[in-house]
Design a protein around this ligand. Structure first.
Ligand SMILES: Nc1ncnc2c1ncn2[C@@H]1O[C@H](COP(=O)(O)OP(=O)(O)OP(=O)(O)O)[C@@H](O)[C@H]1O
Ligand SMILES: [Mg+2]
Length: 230
């Protein structure tokens, strides 16, 4: 079901001035579902931004299927979709349908083929009835699905989620969890919602800008709780 995706961090470091957001990290990721947990400010978003080239390493490299996030920035961005912590920020056009159409349109799709691609992804995420609405007319869960639809329609190999269930009620949380589970793409999921990633075979725990644990979900959660001392 899943295509091959390999992400390699090689002595990768990210600094903001004097502040180290990520200590040198060497790591290879190829599992279809990977969770990322850790305290506020531990470096999770920085880590994800390095993967799709939104952040550039201060030293070392990050490659995605051999493509360098600095040298091959555009190809990397096409391969790795990113759903921001606040998806309202990434829905740029006033109407949901137009926003979803923007990606495939820029890749040359038009006419009935474009319509079909947009309709198909709207149906798939159960948001066809929201297609003609404006982003501010959507709930948090619906916004997540609309942002996800706009990313999936561009057919990336991997999708990075930054706290996709943040501020969602139980029903919307289940909806987003199911949408992630059903993806044909690889998914890297940053979250404070530990139930979302507990079953994942691989979960990374970040602490104070460094990778503190790398292993199965249940063990990662135990390790995280130990770090926090809760
Ligand atoms: N653009 C930036 N400029 C300066 N410092 C930054 C910048 N972005 C992040 N940082 C700092 O880097 C560290 C890691 O931030 P990051 O956003 O990666 O954390 P996080 O684990 O995603 O936190 P949260 O759970 O709150 O989203 C923090 O100390 C933060 O203040
Ligand atoms: Mg973050």
């Amino acid at each position: 079901m899943f295509g091959r995706v390999q992400i390699i961090f090689d002595q990768t470091q990210l600094r903001y001035g004097e502040h180290s957001a990520l200590a040198p990290l060497t790591l290879s990721l190829s599992e279809p579902r990977i969770g990322v947990i850790g305290l506020n400010g531990s470096g999770k978003t920085s880590f994800a931004r390095l993967i799709n080239g939104l952040a550039k390493p201060t030293s070392g490299t990050v490659t995605l299927d051999g493509l360098d996030t600095v040298k091959d920035e555009r190809a990397v961005m096409a391969k790795a979709g990113f759903i921001f912590q606040n998806p309202a920020n990434q829905i740029i056009l006033p109407i949901i349908r137009d926003d979803i159409a923007m990606g495939p349109k820029s890749r040359g799709l038009k006419g009935p083929a474009l319509e079909a691609a947009v309709d198909s992804v709207l149906d798939r995420f159960g948001i066809a009835h929201l297609a003609d609405r404006r982003p501010h007319e959507l709930s948090g869960g619906e916004l997540q699905l609309a942002a996800l639809a706009a990313v999936v329609v561009t057919e990336p190999g991997v999708i990075l989620f930054d706290e996709p269930t943040n501020q969602l009620d139980l029903k919307n949380r289940a909806m987003v969890k199911a949408a992630i589970e059903g993806l044909a793409q690889h998914a890297i999921v940053i979250t404070h919602d530990l139930d979302l990633i507990r079953d994942y075979p691989r979960v990374l725990v970040f602490h104070e800008g460094a990778l503190a644990f790398d292993g199965a979900g249940t063990e990662a959660v135990t390790h995280y709780v130990e770090i926090v001392g809760a």
